[in-house]
Design a protein around this ligand. Structure first.
Ligand code: NGQ
Ligand code: ZN
Length: 447
């Protein structure tokens, strides 16, 4: 796709790295970064003007194929015992029918939906690698290439996270029949990653790694993969892992190691700003503090965590300790970052029976706190210099209409509070690395 690349944009309002500003001229360079941000500017003739410019949001956790099964797992077996693990069996059965073509088609449709809702990047936690019999495709990276093609065609930024999967539980229990499409040896996995270094060198594609979970990867394999990264030129790449999502998972980890999953990981590896710990739902107070201090990003997926009955992340305590987070669409039951942020706050209100829980010092607006944290944490987790309207940052931008009667009177942070808690924003235009991918609310690949 040949995208239009404007040389400058003008926002009557914009949330820049300096805060709320008016009449902001954002100039872009040919490599897709912001050159300069000038408030109080006069719009040059012929430039496109928008009501409001916001930084784009990066979706830190996506399993693309699960988009095709939304709405198909909300029927009970009738015994009142449906849970995460029974959902997972349904999901495994669903994966049997997936083909390279269907996965690519699902990815295109999903990525367009993500862009239209304000996600400018996606962290694709990609774990179906093999054919329906568990045999590698002629090109073992076939399905990675399908995902990459969908991202390139739709214009979304992709942080591709090929997943290492080998076991069905802690202690290296063998993978089940339903997991055969995911499984690699460490050697096979590292070859896959190596083969993706070049295809992911593009300006809008980043490569990272994803050991699926401490359940699915042995300590030896995890250590080998992490040690191999510098040799692949990936010393600083994003490292994503599911962790402590379910109570049973915590119990199994305790039985195996005497430690809880986050406790184990923090003790055995140098978890730093490269890492995104997905869910990290079940944390003791000291794990919460230590995770916040590690500078890793917690990859929160509030609508999926609710849908799957995971539990509640201790967001208030985590934020009080300066913890970083991003939001992800995970099982794809919801593709709106605004709803993820609302759900994150509402769950805290319900369990704490109070209001306005998630805020940071000097930032009393909950909407502003949530938005700032999710944009910064999302960019960090995806390994992109994005998430801020500032010079030298990627031009990942959302243009939002303020025509709705409720928004006409709103100023500054109250705009974000209204968009997150009361309205779905009308996103008219989206730019990814300066490319104009959504125009007047539409993507060119939509019918
Ligand atoms: C996944 N999803 O990889 O799709 C997982 C389920 C698992 C979430 N954890 C499989 N939400 O964790 O074993
Ligand atoms: Zn997941």
């Amino acid at each position: 796709m040949q995208w239009e690349r404007p040389q400058a944009l003008f926002g009557r309002k914009a949330l820049t790295a300096e805060g709320w500003q008016e009449d902001v001229l954002v100039t872009l360079n040919a490599s897709g970064s912001i050159d300069a941000v000038t408030p109080g500017a006069v719009a040059p003739a012929g430039i496109q003007q928008f009501d409001l410019l916001l930084p784009g949001i990066n979706n830190v956790h996506s399993h693309v194929f699960q988009r095709a099964m939304v709405g198909l797992t909300e029927t009970t077996s009738g015994e009142g015992k449906d849970n995460f693990w029974s959902w997972r069996e349904v999901m495994y059965a669903f994966t049997r029918s997936l083909t390279p073509e269907s996965i690519e088609a699902t990815a295109r449709a999903l990525y367009i939906d993500l862009l239209k809702n304000g996600y400018t990047g996606v962290g694709e936690f990609h774990y179906i690698h093999h054919d329906g019999n568990g045999a590698p495709y002629a090109d073992p990276a076939e399905l990675s290439h399908r995902i990459i093609a969908a991202a390139q065609d739709t214009g979304i930024h992709l942080t591709h996270l090929p997943v290492m999967y080998e076991s069905s539980n802690f202690g290296g229990a063998p993978a089940h029949a339903g997991q055969q499409r995911f499984v690699h040896s460490v050697d096979g996995y590292l070859k896959l990653v190596e083969s993706l270094v070049k295809p992911c060198g593009d300006a809008t594609i980043t490569l990272g790694v994803a050991p699926h979970s401490l359940r699915a990867v042995t300590p030896e394999s995890l250590a080998t993969i992490l040690q191999a990264l510098p040799g692949l030129g990936l010393a600083d790449c994003p490292v994503h892992m599911h962790i402590a999502e379910q109570v049973k998972e915590v119990e199994d980890c305790l039985a195996w190691s005497g430690q809880r999953p986050v406790e184990w990981l923090l003790q055995h590896h140098e978890v730093d700003a490269r890492w995104c710990l997905v869910h990290a739902t079940h944390l003791e107070a000291d794990e919460c503090t230590a995770l916040a201090a590690s500078n890793a990003v917690a990859g929160l997926c509030p609508t999926t965590e609710a849908n799957l009955g995971d539990g509640i992340f201790p967001a208030e305590e985590y934020l009080q300790h300066g913890g970083r987070f991003g939001v992800g669409t995970d099982s794809q039951v919801c593709v709106s970052p605004w709803q993820e942020l609302r759900q994150l706050e509402y769950v805290q209100r319900l369990i704490k029976r109070k209001r306005n829980v998630l805020f940071e010092a000097g930032k009393p607006s909950v909407g502003r706190t949530l938005f700032d944290r999710a944009t910064l944490g999302g960019a960090q987790a995806l390994g992109v210099r994005s998430g801020k309207i500032a010079a030298q940052h990627r031009a990942d931008l959302l243009a939002i209409s303020l025509e709705h009667p409720l928004l006409v009177q709103r100023q500054e942070d109250a705009i974000l509070d209204t968009l997150i808690f009361a309205l779905e924003p009308t996103i008219t235009d989206v730019f990814v690395a300066g490319q104009h991918v959504i125009k007047d609310g539409h993507h060119p690949l939509e019918k």
